[in-house]
Design a binder for this molecule. Structure first.
Ligand SMILES: [Zn+2]
Length: 181
C-alpha cells in the first residue's frame, strides 16, 4: 500500500476524461487499495483516480458516521443512470481544491450503476450525502470539479487563490534549494 500524491487545481490533468476500466486484475485492486489509503490519510470521504493522476474510471468512498466502523467502497466504471427532477443543495469540498467549501445544487436522488473489483455490475438508488458524493466523484472522471458548478465569480476567486498559493510554495521551494553564499 502507498499514499499517492493528490493533484490540486488548477491542473490540466484534472480536466482530462478518464478511460473505462477493462481489466479487473491485481493492478486494479492495488490502485483501489492505494486510493483508499490516500483518501483516509487526507481525511477525505471520496477520491477519484484522476485526482492521483490515474485516468481510469475508478472511485473510492467511505461515508460512515463517526461512531460507525469504516465502510470502504470501491466503484469501478460508476455512472449515473437516472437523476430525479428534485434538487438539493449541499456544501461541498474536494481534496483537489484545498480549503474551499461551497454550496452546490445537484439532483437529490440518483440511480447509479458500477462494477466491483471482480467486474460484477451493481445498481442502486442514492439520496442525501451519498447522492452528492457519487455525482461529485463521477464528475472527476469526466474532468469536472465541483467549482465548475459555481458561478464564474466564485469559481475564479477560488482558482486565483490556488494559483497564488502554488506560486508562493514554488518560490519558497526555490529559495530552500538555492545554495547559501
Ligand atoms: Zn473532489
Amino acid at each position: 500500500m502507498a499514499i499517492l500524491p493528490i493533484l490540486t487545481a488548477p491542473h490540466p490533468r484534472l480536466t482530462k476524461m478518464s478511460r473505462p476500466v477493462e481489466r479487473f486484475d491485481r493492478a486494479l485492486a492495488e490502485l483501489a487499495e492505494n486510493m483508499l489509503e490516500t483518501m483516509y490519510a487526507a481525511n477525505g470521504i471520496g477520491l477519484a483516480a484522476p485526482q492521483v493522476d490515474v485516468h481510469q474510471r475508478v472511485v473510492v468512498m467511505d461515508l460512515h458516521q463517526e461512531d460507525e466502523p469504516p465502510a470502504p467502497q470501491i466503484l469501478v466504471n460508476p455512472e449515473v443512470l437516472q437523476a430525479g427532477a428534485e434538487t438539493a443543495t449541499m456544501s461541498e469540498g474536494c481534496l483537489s481544491v484545498p480549503e474551499a467549501y461551497e454550496e452546490v445544487e445537484r439532483p437529490a436522488r440518483v440511480t447509479v450503476r458500477y462494477q466491483d473489483l471482480a467486474g460484477v455490475t451493481h445498481t442502486r438508488e442514492c439520496t442525501g450525502l451519498e447522492a452528492v458524493c457519487w455525482q461529485h466523484e463521477i464528475d472527476h472522471l469526466d474532468g469536472v470539479l465541483f467549482v465548475d458548478h459555481l458561478n464564474r465569480l466564485k469559481r475564479d476567486r477560488i482558482i486565483q487563490r490556488l494559483v497564488k498559493e502554488k506560486r508562493l510554495a514554488r518560490r519558497a521551494r526555490d529559495r530552500a534549494v538555492r545554495p547559501a553564499a
